[in-house]
Write a protein that binds this ligand. Structure first.
Ligand code: BGC
Length: 611
């Protein structure tokens, strides 16, 4: 089907059909589209080419006519960049159409790619299904599940017209003090490789041309999870810091995820904010051009991270020169897009950025646009609103629920306190996160940082799920601080981290907050069996509550479907999750990773009990 349509496009553009891919299963090689791409490129002016390389954030576009004036090739909504009409499915779709419509007033009418951080479902949009963050999917250890999750995410993204997700994150977090630990599947490169590949397949489908597929973006290339504590901006934390290691170690630990993503045909890759041995990844020709494009044969395009180019050099024009010459193809320049456009144009005119580099960048971007069907003259680039039928649907929620139950890791089960009985007389629930959808979802949900509370429509908190699961005669009571449990059959404490994202989540101390420790103590003081459920973006230091807990479940950041947890609590499904990160005993042990010479974690990598 796709091949035929591509031939049709070729005819429309009056180019010879050239080389087309053989009918082999798997992703097409993007360069097989070069005959069409080259013919279009030959008709483009320098301004039109630079426009393709420029990506503003919709929220900072001064006037929508700028999309036409600067021939904008891509727009993003970064975290919190919602439609000005508010956050709803309709408003998002209208926003997409409004921006895309402008491209159709330009001479060449090249549609733009609209990008969002759909990192655990279409998570910016109210009412979308929110899946567990990658750390939970890593514990589920199922490539088939990851593929299914991203297939559904792609469908919900397309329901708003958008065709590009800044995901999957194939980072290999090696230090859980990092605020982005939960965005990674595992500390183990092999698991990241396997699940990252499945995620690309899920987003892009067997055919990127399908109206239900989105362009994937493997990030953050490379070594973002391997930075040294204290090397971040202003000497703080880990995020955006420096990965100090030999190339051999970088290749062994941090590169495998990109090798499999490239082999799975990933359309785009985002270079990291972080540095490798003091050189910003976004400025490294070695990383971007020599390793990724020349050695690994990556044929898609590179998109810089949010204002990442600004960090390369205080002289903005110089920074652009360095990054584009290193191999950056498209620049995420949320508010400085006009300046970027003018500066890059001057750089080409002054001979500081070769025209061949511009042509290479635009070729890569256009390949992806052709592959994704954006250039199909028979297809409107505007949203297909018939896809909205399944957005946030019960069917989609069932898959998220399945992902939640597979992601849970049972760390302790003294006296077989689990599974609980649905026919208990009374279950007493406690903890600040028991009835908090925002805490259950974590960062990158509705807002960039996420937020505590009832943040989105649809979805079920764990407390609500408990109420739904038990027998009609069972009483479910709740206090935040864990008091009032006396006489209940069992107590369930739901504790953990409030939402955060990126550098805001860097922590020197991962001890549980006092409030959580007190909650568990109060519950235990009632003399009842206590089950602790931890919502967190990483292993935490749990020595203060583990003794008090009869059962302990690491639930990570499960998302909107709390019923996935009750499925396991009541034994409808057995726990099957296994740790994809080593669980440290103390802060002094961090960083600790499977394969270390000295390795004595509280729970080893791969640990997980069942019934
Ligand atoms: C993050 C990226 C994200 C981008 C766009 C950046 O701050 O590092 O992961 O894709 O913002 O929202």
């Amino acid at each position: 089907m796709k091949r035929q349509t591509l031939l049709k496009i070729a005819a429309v553009l009056s180019v010879s059909a050239g080389v087309f891919p053989n009918a082999v299963p798997g992703p097409i090689r993007l360069s097989t589209l070069d005959p069409q791409v080259k013919s279009l490129l030959a008709r483009m002016t320098l301004e039109e080419k630079i426009g393709q390389m420029t990506q503003p954030d919709q929220e900072y576009i001064k006037d929508l006519s700028d999309v036409e004036k600067y021939f904008i090739g891509s727009v993003l909504s970064g975290g919190g960049s919602d439609p000005k009409e508010g956050n709803s499915l309709q408003a998002w779709t209208d926003l997409y159409d409004r921006v895309q419509q402008r491209t159709q007033n330009t001479r060449l009418k090249i549609p733009l790619l609209y990008g969002v951080d759909a990192v655990h479902g279409h998570n910016n949009v109210a009412g979308a299904v929110v899946f567990p963050h990658n750390i939970g999917l890593g514990a589920a250890r199922s490539a088939a599940l990851v593929e299914k999750v991203e297939r559904i995410t792609a469908a919900e993204v397309r329901a708003t017209g958008i065709q590009w997700a800044f995901a999957p994150c194939v980072t290999v977090p090696r230090d859980e003090r990092w605020g982005r630990t939960y965005e990674g599947f595992s500390e183990n490169p092999q698991l990241v490789q396997e699940l990252g590949k499945a995620a690309v397949r899920g987003f892009q489908g067997s055919d990127l041309f399908s109206p239900l597929s989105v362009v994937a973006c493997a990030k953050h290339y490379v070594g973002d999870g391997g930075t040294v504590w204290g090397s971040g901006p202003q000497g703080a934390g880990l995020d955006q810091g420096d990965a100090r290691m030999e190339e051999a170690e970088l290749r062994r630990i941090h590169l495998p995820g990109y090798i499999s993503a490239v082999n799975a045909g990933v359309g785009s890759i985002m270079p990291s904010f972080s540095s490798w041995n003091g050189v910003k990844c976004s400025a490294s020709r070695r990383l971007l051009t020599e390793i990724l494009k020349q050695e690994l044969g990556f044929e898609g395009f590179l998109i810089s991270d949010y204002n990442a180019i600004d960090q390369i050099n205080p002289d903005y024009k110089k920074a652009i020169e360095i990054s584009i010459n290193a191999g950056m193809d498209m620049a995420m320049v949320p508010n400085r897009y006009r300046q970027f456009f003018e500066a890059l144009k001057q750089l080409v005119e002054e001979g500081r950025v070769p025209m061949a580099r511009i042509d290479d960048a635009v070729t890569r971007i256009l390949r992806v646009k052709f592959a994704a069907g954006l250039m199909d003259p028979n297809r409107s680039p505007l949203a297909d609103r018939s896809l909205q039928k399944t957005f946030g649907s019960a069917e989609h929620r069932l898959v998220a629920r399945e992902a939640v139950r597979q992601s849970l890791v049972l760390l302790k089960n003294r006296n077989k306190v689990l599974p609980l009985k649905k026919t208990a007389v009374r279950l007493h629930v406690a903890g600040k996160s028991a009835d908090d959808l925002g805490n259950q979802c974590g960062g990158w949900t509705i807002d960039w940082q996420g937020k505590s509370g009832a943040i989105t429509a649809g979805g079920t908190t764990l407390l609500a799920a408990l109420g739904k699961a038990v027998s009609r005669s069972t009483q479910v009571t709740y206090t935040k601080d864990g008091t009032g449990g006396a006489g209940a059959d069992a107590g369930i404490a739901v504790i953990g981290e409030p939402p955060y994202a990126e550098f805001n989540g860097d922590r020197a101390d991962l001890a549980l907050p006092k409030e959580d420790v007190d909650t568990v103590r109060n519950l235990k003081a009632a003399g009842i069996p206590v089950v602790v459920i931890l919502f967190s973006g990483r292993p935490m230091i749990i020595d203060k509550v583990l003794d008090q807990a009869d059962a302990f479940i690491a639930a990570w950041l499960p998302g909107t479907e709390g019923e996935g947890i009750t499925d396991v609590l009541f034994g409808d499904y057995r726990p099957t999750g296994r740790l994809s990160f080593s669980w440290p005993r103390s802060m002094a042990q961090i960083p600790i990773n499977v394969g270390d010479k000295k390795y004595d974690p509280l729970f080893r990598y791969g640990y997980g009990m069942s019934y």
